[in-house]
Design a protein around this ligand. Structure first.
Ligand code: ATP
Ligand code: MG
Length: 263
């Protein structure tokens, strides 16, 4: 049975897509079979992999059209055989509205993945910063949620509010969902405010914060601008190393490591 991980946050621009793309690649290069699903109508995953043209079949059909099989919706990654994508293809606002009108239950994605995505070891969901029906579907389908957070002054406040909302969602839609951890992103150790907030996070939330911190690193947006993960773009850079380390931390923390894998 696959482990489904959703990247979620209340705030936008905190590194959800970047983390989803790179953790998916880290698991894939480590020998796991991974499906990365873009649940954000912005479609950032598609751009992170350099896909510019329209996508005929993608997340819209995943949520609304069962006559198209999951295999028809997936694109094999150019970066290797272990990574498949389902890209968001909400090209107009009316397409997004149409999906939101059709998808009235938060269990649609969960049911579809349970029926058709059992061959994967990991399913990674990139969610949007909202509590729309799309975000609820992503949360309901997941086993683990990762909360990316930037070390900024409003971060703790926003996290507290998110955790409150999260408990409500958990009680209502998915009691089995666990928080995998808070992931500190875009950390700049030269900034006093980052160091202070990072310290506060560990003092307040202890082991709920991943030991791995994702540094602010030039190669990460560079890779994305070139349509690549940082792992394929600069394998030995600090950005790439951080995501590989995070993948190992997740495997260890949840004792998920099957024998065939190499990370
Ligand atoms: N570790 C990092 N170092 C430097 N830049 C980063 C890092 N992580 C992400 N970025 C950049 O920060 C911006 C926001 O990241 P990203 O798109 O992953 O956030 P997001 O949470 O998915 O945003 P949204 O809420 O809009 O979906 C992007 O331009 C990305 O390239
Ligand atoms: Mg995003």
């Amino acid at each position: 049975m696959p482990i489904t991980i959703v990247f979620s946050s209340e705030k936008g621009g905190v590194g959800k897509t970047t983390s989803a793309v790179n953790i998916a690649m880290a698991f894939a290069v480590g020998g796991y079979k991974v499906l990365l699903v873009d649940m954000d109508p912005q479609g950032s995953v598609r751009f992170s992999f350099g896909l510019k043209g329209p996508v005929a079949n993608g997340t819209r059909q995943l949520l609304t059209d069962e006559s198209i099989s999951l295999a028809q919706l997936t694109h094999r990654s150019e970066a290797g055989p272990n990574l498949d994508h389902i890209f968001a293809n909400f090209d107009t606002l009316s397409q997004e509205r149409e999906v939101l009108n059709t998808v009235t239950e938060p269990t649609v994605l969960q049911a579809r993945l349970e029926r058709e995505a059992q061959e994967y070891d990991f399913i990674i969901l990139d969610s949007q910063a909202s509590t729309s029906m799309l975000a609820l579907n992503a949360i309901t389908a997941a086993n683990l949620v990762i909360l990316p957070l930037q070390c900024e002054s409003l971060a703790i406040k926003s996290l507290k509010r998110y955790l409150k909302a999260f408990r409500e969602l958990q009680n209502r839609y998915n009691p089995d969902l666990r928080i995998a951890g808070v992931l500190l992103t875009m950390y700049d150790r030269n900034m006093e405010v980052h160091r202070r907030i990072c310290r506060q996070m560990y003092e307040t939330l202890y082991e709920s914060v991943f030991t791995t911190i994702i540094p602010k690193a030039r190669e990460i947006p560079e890779a994305s601008a070139l349509g690549q993960s940082v792992i394929t773009y600069r394998g030995s850079s600090i950005g790439s190393t951080a995501y590989i380390r995070l993948a190992k931390e997740i495997l260890d923390k949840f004792k998920l490591r099957p024998e065939q894998a190499s990370i």
